[in-house]
Design a protein around this ligand. Sequence first.
Ligand code: FAD
Ligand code: NA7
Length: 569
Amino acid sequence: MGSVLRKGKAVQQAPGTARRGPAEGAQKLQEGQWHVTAEGSQPFGFVQEEQIEEDEKTLKAYKEGSLQKQQEMNGHTVVPHSYDYDLIVIGGGSGGLAAAKEAAKYEKKVMVLDFVTPTPLGNSWGLGGTCVNVGCIPKKLMHQAALLGQALQDSRKFGWQFPEEVKHNWMTMTESVQNYVGSLNWGYRVALREKKVTYENAYGEFVGPHTVKATNKRGVEKLYTAERFLIATGERPRYLGIPGDKEYCISSDDLFSLPYCPGKTLVVGASYVALECAGFLAGVGLDVTVMVRSILLRGFDQDMANKIGEYMEEHGINFIREFVPIKVEQIKEGTPGILKVTSKSTKGNEIIEGEYNTVLLAIGRDACTRKIGLDKVGVIINEKTGKIPVNDKEQTNVPYIYAIGDILQDKLELTPVAIQAGRLLVRRLYAGATTKCDYVNVPTTVFTPLEYGACGYTEEAAVEKFGEENIEVYHSHFWPLEWTVPSRDNNKCYAKIICNIQDSERVIGFHVLGPNAGEVTQGFAAAMKCGITKEQLDNTIGIHPVCAEIFTTLTVTKRSGENTLLSGC
Ligand code: FAD
Ligand code: NA7
């Protein structure tokens, strides 16, 4: 191992399998194999491994001394003599862990640094990142708790008899969910150990070229060097910046392990996180209000978003539209206590007040990129969003530093996207592969009470890109067979595809509102990757009686204005 700093003091570690250092690097420079960040008139220039032109620039820069100068400007004059690791991954979430484990397959020496900065209320969690601990997994399990409540009601019509009063116990649900999350945390640690990936529960930040400082929760600092770095630090919830927000409000980072039932809850925000949380809280029997600043589900198909909103309202969720909170005060302490929320209209000066037991902020998430020393190594971020721009190989403007997952600029923030990008990157770096991550036609699901699955273009985006006259929208309502006997929610489920008329009616957008929307969407996403057309969908024989069969029999175009309500199977 190279030099190690404990409490600011450098000590020498036993030599490990040291990697290329400057001596070899200089030789490589002579050979024209090294690269440097272009800091010319363009905002930044990406460096491609094969770009001879860039190599020549680098060699020239090295000969002229400007490469060394650039390193000095970044605050570093000393480049490590050897690298401790082939790859250091900063952030042990969906993307980081997938990449680290993949790299270990190719016998690379890999380290993962993962550290969870506690929430303002002091909550933190184990290895695995957002998805496992405070995202997809606990969210979907709590959504399932809500669906079971609905199933219990439906079951009476199917002959099940049980006492009239059915209660939900928040603590039982939370403990069960957290036990499962704990087992996943443990599984990740074991997997890293088995694959011989070094894991440190420490905060990583760049302090110089090829060098990070890792600080653990006791404040012990160590320095590590690596030939390459992967930043996969994810995002954390944003706060409103109003009096009382950090003191009294919770975020999704607190909700899934909340040690008491939240009671009457105000959810602030109208993103998928906000609506999903509002949905399952209402589904387990709580009084829930959603405060919406502008529209529901910005970025998603608005036709579908509004149908989700209508369904939630019909199922007892209150919506306060075009208001934002300006102050949160505690009226009574407790678990939960009582909070007074003062809010202001976005359209005028109207002020309203409301009392809630819990205020959940779901107003977006900020990329964890501003406190990891990126300025020390010259990695460029989008100053406004904190996101990192990368080239199509997930390489930042600093050639030996890569980035994946939620912190990427203009990419989808989804677990499977982070995993895919991480795995493919590592295969390209260490296994001679060339496949790049394809960020197009990525399917996704919003787990609101009426689930929403989507892949490809929204109707708005398709109209904008191809022109209204060039797209054909086929749609239909449908009634899942399972919902007919309890006679609920007839014609609330909805299927829509968007086709490009000029390209043989290729399906470019797929949208479904209904049960198991994710399960329905996944297969159609594969078909879209293969370029499925409307005709091919029509030639596909449906499976009866399932919801997904509706996509094989769509005949009504939106343009026609014909009725889409179904009356039988
Ligand atoms: P993360 O998984 O966030 O991992 C980053 C890790 O790095 C964290 O452990 C963090 O603590 C750590 N870290 C940060 N800074 C440092 C540092 N300096 N040093 C060391 N460690 C650091 N996606 C889906 O696909 N489906 C869903 O249903 C879904 N539901 C979601 C529900 C919620 C409530 C939320 C918030 C997100 C949801 N997501 C969902 C999104 C999904 O969780 C993210 O896209 C995914 O976790 C991103 O992975 P990542 O590797 O980029 O980052
Ligand atoms: P998003 O998708 O960034 O959405 C933020 C939502 O919060 C959106 O509805 C915003 O309304 C609303 N918002 C933002 N600021 C405010 C303020 N100040 N007051 C009221 N409402 C506000 O965030 P998410 O957390 O759902 O998702 C981010 C990622 O996390 C997601 O991609 C997953 O990876 C997990 P707007 O439409 O801007 O008016």
